[in-house]
Design a protein around this ligand. Structure first.
Ligand SMILES: Cc1cc2nc3c(=O)[nH]c(=O)nc-3n(C[C@H](O)[C@H](O)[C@H](O)COP(=O)(O)OP(=O)(O)OC[C@H]3O[C@@H](n4cnc5c(N)ncnc54)[C@H](O)[C@@H]3O)c2cc1C
Length: 362
Protein backbone atom coordinates (compact mmCIF):
# COMPACT_ATOMS: atom_id res chain seq x y z
CA UNK A 1 0.00 0.00 0.00
CA UNK A 2 2.95 2.27 0.65
CA UNK A 3 3.66 2.26 -3.05
CA UNK A 4 0.04 2.77 -3.98
CA UNK A 5 0.05 6.04 -1.99
CA UNK A 6 3.20 7.26 -3.67
CA UNK A 7 2.12 5.79 -7.00
CA UNK A 8 5.78 5.23 -7.76
CA UNK A 9 7.06 1.76 -8.48
CA UNK A 10 10.46 0.26 -9.00
CA UNK A 11 11.94 -3.02 -10.24
CA UNK A 12 11.25 -4.66 -6.89
CA UNK A 13 7.70 -3.39 -6.39
CA UNK A 14 5.28 -4.29 -9.09
CA UNK A 15 1.86 -2.95 -9.97
CA UNK A 16 -0.20 -5.09 -12.37
CA UNK A 17 -3.00 -3.18 -14.10
CA UNK A 18 -5.83 -4.75 -16.07
CA UNK A 19 -9.32 -3.66 -17.06
CA UNK A 20 -11.01 -6.21 -14.83
CA UNK A 21 -10.18 -9.36 -12.86
CA UNK A 22 -9.42 -12.35 -15.08
CA UNK A 23 -12.27 -14.68 -14.13
CA UNK A 24 -13.44 -15.94 -17.53
CA UNK A 25 -12.14 -18.77 -19.69
CA UNK A 26 -11.71 -16.44 -22.67
CA UNK A 27 -8.90 -18.25 -24.56
CA UNK A 28 -7.60 -21.74 -25.19
CA UNK A 29 -3.84 -21.65 -25.78
CA UNK A 30 -2.07 -24.47 -27.62
CA UNK A 31 1.63 -24.93 -28.29
CA UNK A 32 4.18 -27.72 -28.49
CA UNK A 33 6.97 -28.42 -26.05
CA UNK A 34 9.56 -31.20 -25.67
CA UNK A 35 9.85 -31.03 -21.89
CA UNK A 36 7.69 -30.04 -18.93
CA UNK A 37 7.37 -26.26 -19.05
CA UNK A 38 6.71 -23.45 -16.59
CA UNK A 39 2.95 -23.91 -16.90
CA UNK A 40 2.93 -27.73 -16.79
CA UNK A 41 0.67 -27.77 -13.68
CA UNK A 42 -2.11 -26.12 -15.69
CA UNK A 43 -1.80 -28.09 -18.93
CA UNK A 44 -5.39 -29.24 -19.46
CA UNK A 45 -4.64 -31.92 -22.04
CA UNK A 46 -1.79 -32.98 -24.33
CA UNK A 47 -1.33 -35.14 -27.40
CA UNK A 48 1.65 -36.88 -28.97
CA UNK A 49 -0.22 -38.13 -32.04
CA UNK A 50 -1.82 -35.63 -34.40
CA UNK A 51 -3.63 -36.03 -37.70
CA UNK A 52 -2.84 -33.90 -40.74
CA UNK A 53 -5.29 -33.92 -43.65
CA UNK A 54 -5.06 -32.28 -47.07
CA UNK A 55 -5.65 -33.20 -50.69
CA UNK A 56 -1.85 -33.59 -51.10
CA UNK A 57 -0.93 -35.60 -48.04
CA UNK A 58 -2.70 -37.03 -45.00
CA UNK A 59 -1.18 -38.89 -42.10
CA UNK A 60 -1.08 -39.54 -38.38
CA UNK A 61 2.04 -37.75 -37.17
CA UNK A 62 4.03 -38.78 -34.11
CA UNK A 63 5.24 -35.57 -32.47
CA UNK A 64 7.70 -37.18 -30.08
CA UNK A 65 9.76 -35.87 -28.37
CA UNK A 66 7.22 -33.03 -28.49
CA UNK A 67 3.73 -32.89 -27.03
CA UNK A 68 1.02 -30.60 -28.31
CA UNK A 69 -0.34 -29.00 -25.13
CA UNK A 70 -3.53 -27.16 -24.32
CA UNK A 71 -3.98 -24.60 -21.54
CA UNK A 72 -7.34 -23.10 -20.64
CA UNK A 73 -6.87 -19.42 -19.89
CA UNK A 74 -8.92 -19.54 -16.67
CA UNK A 75 -6.52 -22.14 -15.23
CA UNK A 76 -3.56 -20.03 -16.35
CA UNK A 77 -5.00 -16.84 -14.79
CA UNK A 78 -5.74 -18.57 -11.46
CA UNK A 79 -2.31 -20.20 -11.36
CA UNK A 80 -0.45 -16.94 -12.05
CA UNK A 81 -2.64 -15.05 -9.59
CA UNK A 82 -2.02 -17.58 -6.80
CA UNK A 83 1.73 -17.31 -7.42
CA UNK A 84 1.57 -13.50 -7.40
CA UNK A 85 -0.38 -13.46 -4.14
CA UNK A 86 2.60 -15.16 -2.45
CA UNK A 87 4.68 -12.05 -3.16
CA UNK A 88 3.74 -8.98 -1.10
CA UNK A 89 5.65 -6.74 -3.53
CA UNK A 90 3.04 -7.41 -6.27
CA UNK A 91 -0.10 -5.25 -6.21
CA UNK A 92 -3.11 -5.49 -8.53
CA UNK A 93 -5.20 -2.60 -9.77
CA UNK A 94 -8.25 -2.76 -12.04
CA UNK A 95 -9.01 0.18 -14.29
CA UNK A 96 -8.67 1.56 -17.78
CA UNK A 97 -5.13 2.32 -18.90
CA UNK A 98 -5.51 5.53 -20.88
CA UNK A 99 -1.88 5.98 -21.88
CA UNK A 100 1.64 4.77 -21.27
CA UNK A 101 4.78 6.85 -21.84
CA UNK A 102 7.84 8.35 -20.24
CA UNK A 103 8.26 11.07 -17.63
CA UNK A 104 11.88 12.07 -17.28
CA UNK A 105 13.80 8.83 -16.94
CA UNK A 106 10.80 6.91 -15.60
CA UNK A 107 7.94 5.05 -17.23
CA UNK A 108 4.47 6.55 -16.85
CA UNK A 109 1.05 4.88 -16.85
CA UNK A 110 -2.24 6.78 -16.63
CA UNK A 111 -5.06 4.68 -15.16
CA UNK A 112 -8.51 6.31 -14.99
CA UNK A 113 -6.86 9.73 -14.87
CA UNK A 114 -4.35 8.79 -12.15
CA UNK A 115 -0.62 8.88 -12.89
CA UNK A 116 1.74 6.08 -11.86
CA UNK A 117 5.48 6.03 -12.51
CA UNK A 118 7.89 3.11 -12.48
CA UNK A 119 11.45 2.13 -13.39
CA UNK A 120 9.99 0.10 -16.23
CA UNK A 121 6.54 -0.28 -17.78
CA UNK A 122 5.82 -3.62 -19.49
CA UNK A 123 2.94 -2.89 -21.82
CA UNK A 124 0.74 -5.49 -23.53
CA UNK A 125 -1.89 -3.07 -24.85
CA UNK A 126 -1.97 -2.41 -28.58
CA UNK A 127 -3.37 1.14 -28.37
CA UNK A 128 -3.54 1.57 -32.14
CA UNK A 129 -3.28 -0.93 -34.96
CA UNK A 130 0.08 -0.51 -36.73
CA UNK A 131 -0.03 1.29 -40.07
CA UNK A 132 1.00 -0.97 -42.93
CA UNK A 133 3.65 0.67 -45.14
CA UNK A 134 3.62 -0.13 -48.87
CA UNK A 135 5.31 -3.45 -49.57
CA UNK A 136 4.60 -4.93 -46.12
CA UNK A 137 2.21 -7.85 -45.63
CA UNK A 138 -0.69 -7.89 -43.19
CA UNK A 139 -2.86 -10.98 -43.09
CA UNK A 140 -5.32 -11.88 -40.37
CA UNK A 141 -5.47 -15.24 -38.71
CA UNK A 142 -9.10 -15.43 -37.66
CA UNK A 143 -10.87 -18.34 -36.11
CA UNK A 144 -14.03 -19.45 -34.43
CA UNK A 145 -14.23 -22.51 -32.24
CA UNK A 146 -16.94 -24.60 -30.61
CA UNK A 147 -16.34 -26.85 -27.64
CA UNK A 148 -18.82 -29.62 -28.34
CA UNK A 149 -20.09 -32.47 -26.20
CA UNK A 150 -21.73 -35.66 -27.40
CA UNK A 151 -23.87 -38.15 -25.47
CA UNK A 152 -22.03 -41.15 -26.95
CA UNK A 153 -18.21 -41.47 -27.22
CA UNK A 154 -17.18 -39.79 -30.49
CA UNK A 155 -13.47 -38.91 -30.10
CA UNK A 156 -10.15 -40.50 -29.31
CA UNK A 157 -8.65 -38.14 -26.69
CA UNK A 158 -5.15 -39.48 -27.50
CA UNK A 159 -5.25 -38.09 -31.06
CA UNK A 160 -5.81 -34.49 -32.09
CA UNK A 161 -6.18 -33.02 -35.58
CA UNK A 162 -3.55 -30.33 -35.99
CA UNK A 163 -4.65 -29.19 -39.45
CA UNK A 164 -7.44 -30.44 -41.71
CA UNK A 165 -7.26 -28.66 -45.06
CA UNK A 166 -9.98 -30.75 -46.72
CA UNK A 167 -12.39 -27.81 -46.23
CA UNK A 168 -12.92 -25.23 -49.01
CA UNK A 169 -9.85 -23.08 -49.73
CA UNK A 170 -11.90 -20.46 -51.62
CA UNK A 171 -11.04 -17.62 -49.15
CA UNK A 172 -7.32 -18.54 -48.88
CA UNK A 173 -5.44 -20.82 -46.48
CA UNK A 174 -8.21 -22.44 -44.42
CA UNK A 175 -8.24 -25.38 -42.03
CA UNK A 176 -10.04 -26.99 -39.15
CA UNK A 177 -8.47 -28.37 -36.03
CA UNK A 178 -9.97 -30.78 -33.54
CA UNK A 179 -8.68 -31.07 -29.98
CA UNK A 180 -10.48 -33.86 -28.07
CA UNK A 181 -10.03 -33.68 -24.29
CA UNK A 182 -12.36 -36.63 -23.56
CA UNK A 183 -14.13 -39.25 -25.65
CA UNK A 184 -17.23 -37.03 -25.73
CA UNK A 185 -15.74 -33.51 -25.68
CA UNK A 186 -13.57 -31.59 -28.16
CA UNK A 187 -12.67 -28.09 -29.32
CA UNK A 188 -13.35 -27.81 -33.05
CA UNK A 189 -11.92 -24.66 -34.58
CA UNK A 190 -12.26 -23.10 -38.06
CA UNK A 191 -9.16 -21.04 -38.94
CA UNK A 192 -8.35 -18.83 -41.93
CA UNK A 193 -5.28 -16.80 -42.99
CA UNK A 194 -6.83 -14.05 -45.13
CA UNK A 195 -6.99 -10.26 -45.49
CA UNK A 196 -10.54 -9.89 -44.15
CA UNK A 197 -12.60 -11.58 -41.44
CA UNK A 198 -15.84 -13.36 -42.46
CA UNK A 199 -19.42 -12.74 -41.43
CA UNK A 200 -20.16 -14.64 -38.21
CA UNK A 201 -22.66 -16.91 -39.96
CA UNK A 202 -19.93 -18.20 -42.32
CA UNK A 203 -17.81 -19.56 -39.46
CA UNK A 204 -20.86 -21.19 -37.91
CA UNK A 205 -21.99 -22.79 -41.19
CA UNK A 206 -18.47 -24.14 -41.84
CA UNK A 207 -18.14 -25.55 -38.31
CA UNK A 208 -21.54 -27.27 -38.42
CA UNK A 209 -20.85 -28.72 -41.87
CA UNK A 210 -17.46 -30.07 -40.75
CA UNK A 211 -18.84 -31.60 -37.57
CA UNK A 212 -21.59 -33.42 -39.44
CA UNK A 213 -19.69 -34.33 -42.67
CA UNK A 214 -16.12 -35.00 -41.51
CA UNK A 215 -16.52 -35.89 -37.84
CA UNK A 216 -19.82 -37.69 -38.60
CA UNK A 217 -21.41 -36.27 -35.48
CA UNK A 218 -25.08 -35.26 -35.75
CA UNK A 219 -26.12 -35.10 -32.11
CA UNK A 220 -24.06 -32.72 -29.99
CA UNK A 221 -24.30 -29.61 -27.84
CA UNK A 222 -22.08 -26.53 -28.05
CA UNK A 223 -20.87 -25.87 -24.50
CA UNK A 224 -18.33 -23.07 -25.14
CA UNK A 225 -17.38 -20.80 -28.04
CA UNK A 226 -14.31 -18.71 -28.84
CA UNK A 227 -13.44 -16.22 -31.54
CA UNK A 228 -10.13 -14.53 -32.20
CA UNK A 229 -8.17 -12.46 -34.70
CA UNK A 230 -4.36 -12.46 -34.67
CA UNK A 231 -2.14 -10.34 -36.94
CA UNK A 232 0.13 -12.25 -39.34
CA UNK A 233 2.46 -9.56 -40.53
CA UNK A 234 6.01 -8.43 -41.17
CA UNK A 235 5.18 -4.89 -40.03
CA UNK A 236 7.63 -3.94 -37.27
CA UNK A 237 6.05 -3.51 -33.86
CA UNK A 238 7.70 -0.94 -31.58
CA UNK A 239 9.54 -3.00 -28.96
CA UNK A 240 10.69 -0.28 -26.61
CA UNK A 241 10.25 3.46 -26.14
CA UNK A 242 12.46 4.65 -23.30
CA UNK A 243 11.19 2.98 -20.14
CA UNK A 244 8.17 1.42 -21.88
CA UNK A 245 8.79 -2.13 -23.07
CA UNK A 246 6.07 -3.61 -25.25
CA UNK A 247 5.37 -7.29 -24.64
CA UNK A 248 3.03 -9.92 -26.08
CA UNK A 249 1.33 -9.30 -29.41
CA UNK A 250 1.79 -5.54 -28.87
CA UNK A 251 5.54 -6.18 -28.65
CA UNK A 252 5.68 -8.20 -31.88
CA UNK A 253 5.72 -11.65 -30.26
CA UNK A 254 3.20 -13.16 -32.69
CA UNK A 255 5.04 -15.22 -35.30
CA UNK A 256 4.23 -13.58 -38.64
CA UNK A 257 3.83 -16.77 -40.64
CA UNK A 258 1.91 -18.93 -38.15
CA UNK A 259 0.17 -16.70 -35.59
CA UNK A 260 1.57 -18.80 -32.73
CA UNK A 261 2.35 -16.45 -29.84
CA UNK A 262 2.09 -18.20 -26.48
CA UNK A 263 5.58 -19.75 -26.40
CA UNK A 264 7.21 -16.72 -28.00
CA UNK A 265 5.82 -14.58 -25.16
CA UNK A 266 7.36 -16.96 -22.60
CA UNK A 267 10.75 -16.89 -24.32
CA UNK A 268 10.68 -13.09 -24.66
CA UNK A 269 9.71 -12.67 -21.01
CA UNK A 270 12.57 -14.95 -19.96
CA UNK A 271 14.97 -12.79 -21.97
CA UNK A 272 13.66 -9.58 -20.37
CA UNK A 273 13.95 -11.02 -16.84
CA UNK A 274 17.51 -12.24 -17.53
CA UNK A 275 18.44 -8.76 -18.76
CA UNK A 276 16.93 -7.08 -15.70
CA UNK A 277 18.74 -9.47 -13.35
CA UNK A 278 22.06 -9.04 -15.13
CA UNK A 279 22.06 -5.35 -16.05
CA UNK A 280 19.21 -3.82 -14.06
CA UNK A 281 17.95 -2.51 -17.42
CA UNK A 282 16.35 -3.96 -20.52
CA UNK A 283 18.57 -4.91 -23.45
CA UNK A 284 16.34 -6.43 -26.09
CA UNK A 285 18.28 -6.23 -29.36
CA UNK A 286 17.11 -8.53 -32.16
CA UNK A 287 19.70 -11.30 -32.56
CA UNK A 288 21.05 -12.52 -35.91
CA UNK A 289 18.91 -15.64 -35.40
CA UNK A 290 15.84 -13.46 -34.78
CA UNK A 291 16.47 -11.55 -38.02
CA UNK A 292 16.91 -14.81 -39.94
CA UNK A 293 13.52 -16.12 -38.81
CA UNK A 294 11.86 -12.77 -39.55
CA UNK A 295 13.15 -13.16 -43.11
CA UNK A 296 11.64 -16.67 -43.41
CA UNK A 297 8.33 -15.35 -42.04
CA UNK A 298 8.39 -12.50 -44.56
CA UNK A 299 9.06 -14.92 -47.44
CA UNK A 300 6.16 -17.15 -46.41
CA UNK A 301 3.88 -14.13 -45.93
CA UNK A 302 4.82 -12.94 -49.42
CA UNK A 303 3.69 -16.30 -50.85
CA UNK A 304 0.47 -16.46 -48.81
CA UNK A 305 -0.45 -12.79 -49.48
CA UNK A 306 0.26 -13.01 -53.22
CA UNK A 307 -1.26 -16.49 -53.43
CA UNK A 308 1.69 -17.80 -55.45
CA UNK A 309 1.37 -21.16 -53.73
CA UNK A 310 -1.53 -22.46 -51.68
CA UNK A 311 -0.99 -22.70 -47.92
CA UNK A 312 -2.33 -26.27 -47.75
CA UNK A 313 0.34 -27.42 -50.23
CA UNK A 314 3.12 -25.63 -48.27
CA UNK A 315 2.14 -27.25 -44.96
CA UNK A 316 1.57 -30.64 -46.66
CA UNK A 317 5.08 -30.56 -48.18
CA UNK A 318 6.61 -29.52 -44.87
CA UNK A 319 5.00 -32.30 -42.84
CA UNK A 320 5.24 -35.03 -45.48
CA UNK A 321 8.85 -34.49 -46.52
CA UNK A 322 10.55 -33.62 -43.23
CA UNK A 323 11.02 -35.26 -39.85
CA UNK A 324 8.33 -33.68 -37.65
CA UNK A 325 10.93 -32.61 -35.10
CA UNK A 326 12.66 -30.47 -37.77
CA UNK A 327 9.37 -28.80 -38.76
CA UNK A 328 8.48 -28.00 -35.14
CA UNK A 329 11.97 -26.63 -34.41
CA UNK A 330 11.69 -24.46 -37.52
CA UNK A 331 8.24 -23.14 -36.58
CA UNK A 332 9.62 -22.44 -33.07
CA UNK A 333 12.53 -20.34 -34.48
CA UNK A 334 14.87 -22.91 -32.93
CA UNK A 335 16.15 -24.77 -36.01
CA UNK A 336 19.79 -24.89 -37.07
CA UNK A 337 21.01 -23.58 -40.43
CA UNK A 338 21.36 -27.23 -41.53
CA UNK A 339 17.69 -27.88 -40.58
CA UNK A 340 16.64 -24.87 -42.60
CA UNK A 341 18.63 -25.84 -45.72
CA UNK A 342 17.15 -29.34 -45.55
CA UNK A 343 13.63 -28.01 -45.02
CA UNK A 344 13.93 -25.48 -47.88
CA UNK A 345 15.03 -28.36 -50.11
CA UNK A 346 11.63 -29.98 -49.64
CA UNK A 347 9.65 -26.90 -50.76
CA UNK A 348 9.21 -25.70 -54.37
CA UNK A 349 12.43 -23.76 -54.94
CA UNK A 350 11.17 -21.49 -57.73
CA UNK A 351 8.27 -20.08 -55.71
CA UNK A 352 10.29 -19.58 -52.52
CA UNK A 353 13.35 -18.15 -54.30
CA UNK A 354 11.19 -15.62 -56.19
CA UNK A 355 9.43 -14.54 -52.98
CA UNK A 356 12.76 -14.28 -51.09
CA UNK A 357 14.35 -12.18 -53.87
CA UNK A 358 11.28 -9.90 -54.02
CA UNK A 359 11.63 -9.28 -50.28
CA UNK A 360 15.41 -8.67 -50.47
CA UNK A 361 15.17 -6.16 -53.33
CA UNK A 362 12.12 -4.26 -52.06
C1 LIG B 1 -9.12 -16.62 -28.78
C2 LIG B 1 -7.63 -16.68 -28.97
C3 LIG B 1 -6.98 -17.91 -28.97
C4 LIG B 1 -5.58 -17.97 -29.16
N1 LIG B 1 -4.96 -19.18 -29.18
C5 LIG B 1 -3.61 -19.25 -29.32
C6 LIG B 1 -2.94 -20.50 -29.29
O1 LIG B 1 -3.58 -21.56 -29.24
N2 LIG B 1 -1.57 -20.53 -29.36
C7 LIG B 1 -0.84 -19.38 -29.46
O2 LIG B 1 0.39 -19.46 -29.49
N3 LIG B 1 -1.47 -18.17 -29.51
C8 LIG B 1 -2.81 -18.07 -29.44
N4 LIG B 1 -3.43 -16.85 -29.47
C9 LIG B 1 -2.58 -15.67 -29.68
C10 LIG B 1 -1.96 -15.14 -28.35
O3 LIG B 1 -1.30 -16.18 -27.66
C11 LIG B 1 -2.99 -14.53 -27.45
O4 LIG B 1 -3.65 -13.49 -28.12
C12 LIG B 1 -2.38 -14.01 -26.14
O5 LIG B 1 -3.42 -13.81 -25.23
C13 LIG B 1 -1.61 -12.72 -26.38
O6 LIG B 1 -1.17 -12.25 -25.14
P1 LIG B 1 -0.97 -10.70 -24.88
O7 LIG B 1 -0.45 -10.60 -23.50
O8 LIG B 1 -0.22 -10.10 -25.99
O9 LIG B 1 -2.43 -10.05 -25.00
P2 LIG B 1 -3.71 -10.31 -24.14
O10 LIG B 1 -3.77 -11.70 -23.60
O11 LIG B 1 -4.85 -9.84 -25.00
O12 LIG B 1 -3.54 -9.33 -22.90
C14 LIG B 1 -3.74 -7.95 -23.00
C15 LIG B 1 -4.32 -7.52 -21.67
O13 LIG B 1 -4.45 -6.10 -21.69
C16 LIG B 1 -5.70 -5.77 -21.10
N5 LIG B 1 -6.07 -4.46 -21.63
C17 LIG B 1 -6.29 -4.12 -22.92
N6 LIG B 1 -6.59 -2.82 -23.03
C18 LIG B 1 -6.57 -2.32 -21.77
C19 LIG B 1 -6.78 -1.02 -21.22
N7 LIG B 1 -7.04 0.04 -22.00
N8 LIG B 1 -6.68 -0.88 -19.88
C20 LIG B 1 -6.40 -1.94 -19.07
N9 LIG B 1 -6.16 -3.18 -19.54
C21 LIG B 1 -6.24 -3.36 -20.87
C22 LIG B 1 -6.64 -6.88 -21.50
O14 LIG B 1 -7.74 -6.95 -20.60
C23 LIG B 1 -5.71 -8.09 -21.41
O15 LIG B 1 -5.73 -8.68 -20.15
C24 LIG B 1 -4.82 -16.77 -29.33
C25 LIG B 1 -5.50 -15.55 -29.36
C26 LIG B 1 -6.87 -15.51 -29.19
C27 LIG B 1 -7.54 -14.15 -29.27
Amino acid sequence: MRFMQHKAFDNKNILVVDKAPKDQNDHTWCFWENKPGLFEPVVHHQWQQVHFFSSYYSGLIDLSPYHYKMIRSIDFYNYVLQEALKHPNVTFKYGNVEAVGNEGNRGLVIVDGERYTADHVFNSILFTQPTVPAGKHYLLQHFKGFVIETKEPAFNPMEATLMDFRVSQQHGTTFMYVLPVANNRALVEYTLFTKEVLAESEYITALKKYISSYLNIQDYSIVEEEFGVIPMTNVKFVKQLGRVINIGTAGGQTKGSSGYTFQFIQKHTEKLVASLLKHGTIEDEESFMGKRFKFYDTTLLNILSNNTMAGDKIFADMFQKNPTERVLRFLDNESTLEDEINLMGTLPKGVFMKAALQEIFK
